[in-house]
Design a protein around this ligand. Structure first.
Ligand SMILES: NC(=O)C1=CN([C@@H]2O[C@H](COP(=O)(O)OP(=O)(O)OC[C@H]3O[C@@H](n4cnc5c(N)ncnc54)[C@H](O)[C@@H]3O)[C@@H](O)[C@H]2O)C=CC1
Ligand SMILES: O=C(CO)COP(=O)(O)O
Length: 319
């Protein structure tokens, strides 16, 4: 099976580097100048400095040349719907593996639903779980979830995309896998706020636990299996992202909590996902107090002090 990765950001580049251990991989960058620079320097100096691109990675800005049997989509979530719509014909019949984490603001859909509605005939799948691009690219051991509703296709993808250092577990529960990955970013922003505001590690543990409860509430209301939330794509990624300063979502929250500033160019998926999840929760009558607070905080509608006060003054209830 030929493999390509669309999107030459940190994650797309890291996946291409790891997959190149198995054979040839094509990495597509939308900007021809960036593609040429990466091909020449054999490095993605902006997003993944210090990591050499193996000879088996071909970098191109020609999207047609980047079509393969298996196409990994490593572009930010809020750009995905438009990208798919622009390339429906090219992507028809491919196995399309979404590597983004989030909920589309306009439709409330996750990546596999977007693929299914925009690219009929494609096989939608999602690759998610606890993994920093820099760790994958350095060949550190990493375990991820490959979710595909079609069990046979999922098994084939699991084998095609596992490498000596990237171990994939499979599931058919695409809803659980992608909602776990999307919602943990929101909780990671909240965890960052807690640390940035100096509220302490005990408060962070409480917030992660209550955050996990609301992730599970929303995901299961949409048909996810609770076990999926307990796995790599939910609990695993929640732990990683809420506790590591490698996470952009966590660091963004830390800056919010400390009233500091943050790189406006960085991909912080939890910002849009907080809004999208808050809207979904309201529409379906699901209680998601932490997510709501994050949405209000990033919109500048409340202060950190008010958010903490509001969470602490909720009615006492059974765990
Ligand atoms: N960086 C990481 O450690 C991980 C990232 N992810 C997910 O991967 C996704 C991408 O994140 P990163 O690669 O880290 O972001 P990034 O900010 O490093 O790169 C994003 C890339 O997408 C490209 N892009 C943006 N809009 C585009 C469009 N309309 N068409 C084509 N390309 C476009 C940009 O040029 C850039 O190269 C996110 O959903 C993120 O949550 C998942 C796991 C780990
Ligand atoms: O999803 C990730 C780790 O699993 C990456 O997290 P950030 O997007 O917060 O950097």
């Amino acid at each position: 099976m030929s493999i390509s990765v669309l999107g030459a950001g940190a994650f797309g580049t890291a996946l291409a580097v790891s997959l190149a251990q198995n054979g040839p991989v094509t990495l597509w960058a939308r900007d021809p100048a960036q593609a040429a620079q990466m091909a020449e320097a054999r490095m993605n100096a902006r997003r993944l400095p210090g990591v050499r691109l193996p000879d088996t990675v071909t970098v191109t800005a020609d999207l047609d040349a980047a079509m393969a049997d298996v196409v990994l989509l490593a572009i930010p979530m809020q750009q995905t719907a438009a990208f798919l719509a622009q390339n429906t014909g090219r992507l028809a019949g491919k196995a399309l593996v979404a590597c983004s984490k989030g909920i589309d603001l306009a439709t409330g859909q996750g990546p596999t639903a977007l693929i299914a509605t925009t690219c009929p005939g494609a096989i939608p799948a999602v690759l998610t779980g606890p993994s920093f691009a820099a760790d994958i690219a350095r060949g550190l051991p990493t375990a991820l979830t490959l979710a595909c509703a079609d069990a046979a296709a999922g098994t084939a993808l699991q084998h095609a995309l596992s490498t000596p250092t990237l171990r994939l577990y499979r599931t058919t529960d695409t809803t659980g896998a992608e909602l776990g990955g999307a919602l943990k970013n929101v909780i990671a922003i909240a965890a960052g706020v807690v640390i940035g505001a100096g509220l302490g590690d005990s408060a962070r543990a409480a917030l992660m636990t209550r955050g996990f409860a609301e992730m599970t509430r929303l995901a299961t209301a949409f048909g996810a299996h609770p076990d999926t939330l307990m796995g790599l794509s939910g609990f695993g990624d929640l732990v990683l992202t809420c506790t590591s300063a490698q996470s952009r979502n966590f660091r963004f929250g830390q800056a919010l909590g400390a009233a500091g500033s943050f790189d406006a160019e960085a991909t912080i998926e939890g910002v849009a996902t907080a809004r999208a999840a808050t809207a979904l929760a309201a529409r379906h009558g699901i209680d998601m107090p932490v997510t709501q607070m994050v949405a209000a905080l990033v919109a500048g509608a409340i202060t950190v002090e008010n958010a903490v006060q509001a969470l602490l003054s909720r009615p006492l209830k059974q765990e």
